[in-house]
Ligand binder design. Structure first.
Ligand code: FES
Length: 317
């Protein structure tokens, strides 16, 4: 794991309704570690909360990180604290940057589909495309115009950005029509609320899966275990013990219950921190880090959400 970063809040601004722009700099003024378009930072917040936020600024900047923090309706405390309590000059610890949503550097054409606060990772991608002279366009959907974050910056790109406000159109974005227009060879990057991303997945089912990329901000409801209601067993290779994982507990929780100190952060299969090597057995991957193609033959799993297709899994622990 990378060394924690000591950061200071350099600026705060309201970016749209319920979206705060947070600008961070190193407390010692040193250049910050570089990042790639699509990368995120994990902020350590009070009460042991760790939250991932995408970096929206130009990936070549090393004097600051800029985040857009949306106030989640069902906030589990992270975004609520940022909106209510964070002040300019406050110091924060962060880890990263890390990137689970990398841009294909060889692609020539991109379609970005953003919903609400899902604009954040896509904004740094747009900057990269502009700098590299790649063809791109964006469709940005929000419930209303006041919720379009980074509006002024995006407006400068003119007709490359198509706006969709649900209240003005009196209906949600027509995802089916949008996906039918996708030209062969275009890489599609989508980030937004679960229903938008699910709609893009379904309407894009005719496209090669490797051309569709998603960044999930929160995990949808998990399906039941492959073995029905009994859960499964994990065998720990190095410690020689076996533990039962019931349906209502994650592998990570069971291991913690039994005294194993393991790294973790989001606990939703979004950040990759809890990645663990699988020696035997077939994992049931439920994370949002690996694409279906990357999961083929993958011998690791994210134990905060992933489960087992086989009755037992042997983990390198
Ligand atoms: Fe984030 Fe498991 S803790 S993926």
């Amino acid at each position: 794991m990378t060394q924690p970063l000591k950061l200071r809040v350099a600026a705060l601004a309201a970016e749209a309704r319920d979206v705060m722009r947070v600008e961070l700099a190193a407390t010692d003024g040193a250049p910050l570690p570089p990042f790639e378009p699509g990368a995120h930072l994990t902020l350590q917040l009070p009460a042991g909360l760790a939250r991932q936020y995408s970096l929206v600024n130009d990936w070549r900047e090393q004097h600051r990180y800029v985040l857009g923090v949306g106030l989640a309706g069902e906030s589990r405390g992270g975004s609520q604290w940022v909106h209510a309590s964070l002040r300019v000059g406050a110091e924060l610890t962060a880890t990263g940057p890390a990137n689970n949503f990398p841009l294909d550097p060889d692609a020539q054409s991109f379609l970005f589909i953003a919903g609400g606060i899902g604009i954040t990772p896509l904004l740094s991608m747009v900057r990269w495309c502009e700098a590299r002279g790649r063809a791109w366009r964006m469709v940005y959907a929000a419930r209303s115009r006041v919720r379009l974050a980074f509006y002024e910056e995006l407006r400068a790109f003119g007709r490359k950005v198509r706006w969709h406000c649900d209240d003005e159109h009196e209906r949600p974005l027509d995802v089916r029509a949008l996906m039918q227009e996708v030209e062969p060879g275009t890489q599609v990057y989508c980030c937004g609320p679960g229903p938008l991303m699910t709609a893009v997945q379904e309407a894009g089912a005719h496209l090669p899966p490797e051309t569709l990329h998603f960044e999930w901000f929160s995990a949808p409801a998990a399906p039941a275990d492959a073995h029905g209601g009994d859960g499964f067993w994990i065998d720990l290779k190095r410690s020689g013990t076996s533990l039962h994982v019931p349906p209502e507990r994650s592998v990570l929780e069971v291991l913690k219950d039994h005294g194993h100190e393991l790294p973790f952060s989001c606990r939703e299969g979004l950040c990759g921190t809890c990645e663990t090597t699988v020696c035997e057995g077939e994992p049931d991957h439920r994370d949002y880090v690996y694409s279906p193609a990357q999961r083929e033959g993958l011998r690791t799993m994210l134990i905060c959400v992933s489960r087992a297709k086989s009755p037992r899994l042997t983990l390198d622990l």
